[in-house]
Design a protein around this ligand. Structure first.
Ligand code: SF4
Length: 226
């Protein structure tokens, strides 16, 4: 396996996902995985003496640099196409294109030092909440002042986010188990930049065909540590 995994949860999730992917499409396997993943996060949160400071309408983290795996971009794009009208989809595309233009000449690290509103954040709420990515599902804080400080000082990459260790370990292991199963089934396991991948997914239907065929899903989107 390519990644260091939290052993028990990751191995357990890997076995389940690998078996499911023998019969299910990656999209359907992802939706099933989401249920197990959310349950693990819920259990780990309930078992901790610490609590999350996150609340509805707090969206500092949705202004930080966001990436997602290919299967997740496809699922979020499908969700947008199924639940939004053409005018709303165009607004999402325009918002992503604004971000792309703003960061066109920035390196990966420089891109992390500016605030950019995720194109899927609408009225301070996530437009794809049921299918949001693993990274978005996992992100949490025990003190929102750290998130605000990062937002207020985007160039300061030393500001740390305080999280709940039990939740972090469970969520990371669970996500790694699923993504490793996808990888070992031969599906594109690149992490893509939200903005460039979203524009491509919403404008080019062949991304899904390429993904399902085990090829690189997005040919113009930025990926990994571009
Ligand atoms: S996908 Fe949703 S949760 Fe993730 S950064 Fe965008 S708006 Fe926030």
């Amino acid at each position: 396996m390519s990644k260091q995994m939290s052993p028990s949860i990751a191995s357990q999730e890997y076995a389940i996902s690998y078996a499911e992917l023998m019969d299910l499409s990656p999209h359907r396997a992802l939706l099933r995985f989401h249920q197990r993943h959310d349950q693990r996060i819920k259990q780990a949160t309930a078992g901790s003496i610490q609590s999350k400071a996150c609340f509805e309408g707090c969206a500092y983290c949705c202004h930080f640099k966001v990436i997602a795996d290919a299967v997740e971009i496809v699922a979020m794009a499908d969700f947008v196409e199924a639940n939004f009208d053409s005018q709303q989809i165009d607004q999402i595309i325009q918002s992503a294109k604004h971000n792309i233009e703003e960061s066109r000449n920035l390196s990966h690290e420089e891109h992390s030092t500016i605030n950019q509103k995720c194109p899927l954040l609408i009225d301070n709420s996530c437009a794809v909440y049921p299918v949001r990515s693993i990274k978005c599902r996992n992100f949490h804080a025990t003190d929102a002042s750290g998130c605000r400080a990062s937002y207020d000082n985007p160039k300061d990459l030393t500001i740390l986010n305080e999280n709940i260790p039990e939740v972090y370990i469970a969520a990371t292991g669970s996500g790694d188990g699923f993504l490793t199963a996808l990888h070992n089934h031969g599906y594109d396991d690149r992490s893509y930049d939200h903005n460039t991948a979203f524009v491509e997914a919403l404008e080019n239907p062949y991304c899904r065909i390429r993904y399902d065929a085990g090829r690189r899903a997005f040919t113009t989107a930025k990926y990994d540590n571009y």
